[in-house]
Design a protein around this ligand. Structure first.
Ligand code: MHF
Ligand code: KIV
Ligand code: MG
Length: 295
């Protein structure tokens, strides 16, 4: 019996790797924001918006609200799956979430994060993972963390027809190497390094670059230097767009970083609704006659 677990896990994992199910016919990408719209927005000075989404109902709401880009972030690991960080998030967890968001997105550009361990080893590994995100997940682009070191990966994906969004500054998958979740690019040497990273990503074909926890003036400087949009999170108002984890934006997270603003109190509203439901069942007021079928 002790052997049962590994034996049961292996065939399942193999099946999932081999699955190349196409997105269902109900996904229409005809009205979606496209890569050239991102560059046009920058040129026109129109600020871009991005929110994370990990499922169809939230993706539908954000899409209808006019959010330009939906990011199926590896932050699903710490925000939805109960982990402490993004590091445990797997491809097999990401792909169904990307499919769900993609089914719901009418207009928004869908970006799928490549999780830790799914791309770093080689451009070929990045390609295999990115293909799953587009082919099975229906994503429009993938996002990968890192600078000059992953420029060859970005170049291969771009050449294969896979738009890539870069991610610089605090790259949470590297928190063990960075020594924590802290501001990146302070000091002239670090700032020059980040700028060189951003330029290398763009030269390799990146269609946009996320800047996370970078000092405002540096994010502004990088934004001015790049022909493609920067999307800031904790990087100030000098970026071309902004991204937040939706639970932070909506007041649904149990903790949020300092750079986030709560635009709603969804957690409080949900707790209230659940409490009202429990009370109504206990006191017999739910279900009422209108919720009950006749004989
Ligand atoms: N809910 C949520 N929001 C996010 O913005 C987010 C995630 N999850 N998960 C993935 C990454 C991780 N991020 C994080 C996580 C922690 C800090 C943090 O500890 N910030 C502290 C200290 C900052 C400092 O050292 O200066 C803060 O108070 O903001 C910041 C960004 C950003 N991303
Ligand atoms: C915080 C954003 C940029 C992200 O990478 C994620 O949500 O995973
Ligand atoms: Mg991420």
């Amino acid at each position: 019996m002790a052997l049962a677990t590994p034996v049961a896990v292996r065939p399942l994992a193999r099946l999932e790797v081999m699955s190349t199910a196409p997105p269902p016919a109900s996904v229409s990408t005809a009205k979606r924001v496209r890569v050239h719209h991102l560059r046009e927005a920058k040129t026109a000075g129109r600020r871009l918006t991005m929110l994370t989404a990990y499922d169809a109902p939230t993706a539908r709401i954000f899409d209808s609200a006019g959010v330009d880009m939906l990011l199926v972030g590896d932050s699903m690991g710490d925000n939805m799956l109960g982990h402490d960080t993004t590091i445990p998030t797997t491809m097999d967890e990401m792909v169904p979430a990307v499919r769900a968001v993609s089914r719901a997105a009418q207009r928004a550009f869908v970006v799928a994060d490549l999780p830790f361990g799914s791309y770093e080893a080689s451009p070929q590994q990045a390609h295999a993972s990115a293909v799953r995100m587009l082919k099975e997940g229906g994503a429009n682009a993938v996002k990968i963390e890192g600078g000059r070191r992953i420029a060859p990966h970005v170049e291969l994906l771009t050449g294969a027809g896979i738009p890539v969004v870069g991610h610089l500054g605090l790259t949470p998958q590297a928190e063990n190497a960075l020594g924590g979740k802290r501001v990146q690019g302070r000091g002239e040497e670090a700032a020059a390094g980040l700028l060189a990273d951003a330029e290398a990503l763009v030269a390799a074909g990146a269609v946009a670059v996320v800047l996370e926890m970078v000092p405002g003036p540096l994010a502004h400087r990088i934004t001015d230097a790049l022909p493609v949009p920067t999307i800031g999170i904790g990087a100030g108002a000098g970026c071309d767009g902004q991204v937040l984890v939706w639970l932070d934006m909506a007041g649904m997270a149990d903790w949020s970083p300092r750079f986030a603003r709560q635009f709603g109190a969804v957690g409080t509203a949900l707790a209230q609704a659940a409490g009202d439901y429990v009370a109504a069942v206990h006191d017999g007021s739910f279900p009422g006659p209108e919720h009950t079928y006749e004989a």
